[in-house]
Design a protein around this ligand. Structure first.
Ligand code: S3P
Length: 451
């Protein structure tokens, strides 16, 4: 388990391909993998995880909990065993906790660390150090936490331990599962029932997993609350956790198979939590042929196989209600929109500006370089789809430290007249180890080199 980000820039060269075909299981869900390490560490007893994402982001979470004294095995083919230390068993780390590129690690862990008896420091890479943390600092401070941050609430975050936290009833100003989870996790250490009301539904893995491990989270409409008011009664029980394949990783292949004529692929064991399936609804509204087969439930999460066949796509006005349910999939959805016939309009997605990169600016820029009429707006984008066999020209794109930008432009290369060259692809390791190999196995043409 070595870090990848100090290695030389990885370059992808993506060119047009024949039809994509085959069957694949993409790596484990990133959100659930992070949470399985965090909650398994805070549980009493042993947690055995299968399907764990061995990507840099979730490995950074794993390393942080090891640094706080938790015994966690090296992942092996997605299997990890954690000897949980209980809610109050973490030890003070000797050094700052480094979370790399991962907003989920920093925001969720800040909630956990605010409730500890010891001081700690959370820091990340250049991309994460630009991202807003005030959104977690504000509610944590309202609960009684003490946190020092850089200008405008940027990381590193110094979290002072030994504070006694009080429950809050928090009306969250933005639709963010990370903020919701942070507050609920701090709520595990607070006196009283912590509640969060969300302005729109966001992914609910924290609620499902905490309930599955023994701390109930009750939902009433848009409001979720920790059920037990007395902190001394709260306890997570270690158990088996199975992580489904990540729909956010599957999304690259949902689009790839949709846009390359005569393709048909089967993506197996994909997590279909209803708070994550916006990408399927949006692609279907554009005309995609995606069939859901073999629906089942695994460890409290719905799972299914997705069969995708190529289909002519058309532009749409994307329903704003679907935005939080597809929040990580917009880079590749913009590529789908560029291939579709007619205009696609996205609004209500200003959160895209504060992801691993400003995904509105970086995608609009890259699409424009490839010859697409893509107009960024404050909260979305307007894309004039070309509806042609090869809508993209050639260009060199910089992924700006953002894994999903790199993978989205690799997909664009499938429909390029020339070559799409993408720099900074080493960040793909954060969420999708083996992406290039799988892309090529299913029929794509991706060449890799280091610079
Ligand atoms: C995540 C929530 C989302 C998402 C991120 C993972 C999570 O972030 O973009 O990739 O695991 O809770 P926001 O909460 O900032 O929307």
């Amino acid at each position: 388990m070595t870090a990848v980000h100090d290695s030389a820039s990885l370059i992808y060269r993506s060119t047009a391909s024949q039809a994509l075909e085959g069957e694949a299981r993409v790596p484990g869900d990133k959100s659930i993998s992070h949470r399985s390490i965090m909650f398994g560490s805070l549980a009493s007893g042993t947690t055995e995880i299968s399907g764990f994402l061995e990507g840099e982001d979730s490995l950074n979470t794993l390393r942080c909990f090891r640094a706080m004294g938790v015994s966690i095995t090296d992942p092996e083919a997605g299997r990890v065993t954690i000897e949980g230390v209980g809610l109050h068993g973490l030890k003070q780390p000797e050094k700052p906790l480094y979370v790399g590129n991962s907003g989920t690690s920093m925001r969720l862990m800040s909630g956990i660390l605010a409730g500890q008896a010891f001081d700690s420091v959370l820091e990340g890479d250049a991309s994460l150090s630009r991202r807003p943390m005030k959104r977690v600092i504000d509610p944590l401070v309202a609960m009684g936490a003490r946190i020092d941050a850089g200008p405008e609430g940027r990381s590193p975050l110094k979290i002072h331990g030994g504070q006694s936290l009080k429950a809050i009833d928090y009306a969250m100003p933005m639709a963010s599962a990370q903020v919701k989870s942070c507050v609920l996790l701090a709520g595990l250490y607070a006196e009283g029932c912590t509640c969060v009301t969300e302005p729109a539904p966001t992914r609910d893995h924290t609620e499902r997993m905490l309930s599955g491990l023994g701390v109930g989270v009750a939902r009433d409409g848009a409001r979720v609350c920790i059920e037990q008011a007395d902190p001394t009664t709260r306890r997570l029980e270690g158990r088996r956790l199975e992580v489904p394949a990540d729909i956010s990783s599957a999304a690259f292949f949902l689009v790839a198979a949709s846009i390359v004529p005569d393709s048909e692929i089967l993506l197996t064991h994909v997590g279909l939590n209803p708070t994550r399936t916006g990408v399927i609804d949006i692609l279907k509204a554009m005309g995609a042929d995606i069939r859901i087969e073999n629906r089942r439930e695994v460890g409290g999460e719905p799972v299914a196989d997705l069969r995708v066949k190529s289909a002519p796509l058309h532009g749409i006005a994307i329903d704003e209600a679907l935005v939080p349910l597809a929040i990580d999939e917009f880079p590749v959805l913009f590529v789908a929109a560029a291939c579709a016939t007619g205009r696609t309009v996205l609004t209500g997605a200003e959160e895209l500006r504060v992801k691993e990169s400003d995904r509105i600016a970086v995608m609009a820029d890259g699409l424009a370089k490839l010859g697409i009429d893509a107009t960024p707006t404050a909260d979305g984008m307007i894309i004039e789809g070309r509806g042609e066999p090869t809508p993209f020209g050639s260009a060199t794109i910089y992924a700006q430290g953002d894994h999903r930008i790199a993978m989205a432009f690799a997909v664009a290369g499938l429909k390029a007249r020339g070559e799409v060259t993408i720099h900074d692809c080493q960040f793909v390791e954060t969420s999708f180890p083996g992406f290039a190999e799988l892309f090529n196995r299913l029929g794509g043409c991706l060449e890799l080199s280091r610079h």
